[in-house]
Design a protein. Structure first.
Length: 119
């Protein structure tokens, strides 16, 4: 990733986390959500935001709710980024399931049969 993309992705992550903190009850239904990663396309036209939804049983509902508020989120983000880019990029939200994947792999590794001499 280029220097401009890296700076812009960090700025988007900072601004979005502030917005989520302010509007958490409206946009997220009060759920605890963290932004784990932000990827920006080389032309700064698309932003992929990866969200971690820790121990939340209503993950699909939260992701649908974010998609419903996408236009409002994009507008609020544009107000903060108006001096950084000419055109506000499209924002796409994805669920980051890295922690669940790691836990699953650890469980699988624990179930492997190891020879008695190598424990």
């Amino acid at each position: 990733m280029g220097l401009r993309q890296d700076k812009f992705s960090k700025q988007v992550q900072r601004d979005l986390s502030e917005l989520f903190n302010i509007k958490k009850n409206d946009w997220l239904g009060g759920a605890f959500v963290t932004i784990s990663n932000v990827n920006v396309s080389p032309d700064l036209g698309h932003v992929k935001v990866y969200l971690s939804l820790y121990n939340n049983p209503h993950r699909a509902a939260i992701m649908e709710q974010l998609d419903g508020f996408n236009k409002e989120i994009r507008h609020a983000l544009a107000q903060r980024l108006r001096n950084s880019v000419k055109k506000m990029p499209e924002v796409h939200f994805y669920e980051d399931d890295t922690l669940e994947y790691v836990a699953k792999m650890e469980d699988l590794l624990k179930t492997l049969n190891t020879p008695k001499g190598e424990e």
